[in-house]
Ligand binder design. Sequence first.
Ligand code: SF4
Length: 276
Amino acid sequence: MVDRKMIKEIKVKTALSPSQLPGLDYALNPYRGCAHACIYCYAPSVIYWDKGKWGDLVEVKINLPRVLSKELRTKKKGVVGLGTVTDPYQPAEKKYEITRRCLELLQMHDFPVCIQTKSSLVLRDMDLLKRFSKIEVGITLTSHDDIVRQKLEPGAPAVQERLNALEELRKNGIDTWVFMGPVMPYITDVELLLNVIADVKPKYVLVDRLRLKEGIWDCVTDFLKKYDSQLINEYDRIFQKHGEYYGEVLELIKAGRESKYKNLPVKTWDVSGVVP
Ligand code: SF4
């Protein structure tokens, strides 16, 4: 997969940046651009991407470990979110190992780390993950159905591969969580996906709605034209005319607590906290 993408090596001046995300003090992103090419990705608007179609070019921060090494000598200890904008275990990581080298440094300085990825490549670094005094790995899932996954996240690993990775991490004593998002209206089967996730016993699941930041509406409608054009009107109702949908999803999740995933803590951005 990496061969079809254009890779460019770049140099950066800083490594850690302050993070506003809950529970994180710093953000660290070894790559700009992401070969997973998810149709709903809002990273381009976060980093003001102006280098063509998202997914076609990946910039590798080739000197990041060296810069991080210097920063870790002086920065106050805090939780580092690894992959807050782009995926730290996307295909380029197989060759470049920037994420791995950053993890080695963070472990050496005993910084707590929270990784977010869609890739089972994280298992490659199990030896390293096990040496941290505090680390957790979050894996993203948007559908239980791999046919849907291929359309939503064409460059990312299969659903089963991600579930296996969650299981393997947990068996090795690594804390795991699932980012279940974005919930795509009428596409993500929320109950079925929660049941599948419950089987691999993460510490918790964070459910998120689709966030239509700049430029994403066009990507989503292009996707819907191919997936099911009848859904375009429904998405228009929900996102352009502020129609109801996600409130019903929350109700569904609450009601489903009686079923298989009753012991699974489910949090959402919208109601912040565990759904009772
Ligand atoms: S894995 Fe994350 S960063 Fe990469 S394309 Fe998908 S949503 Fe964007």
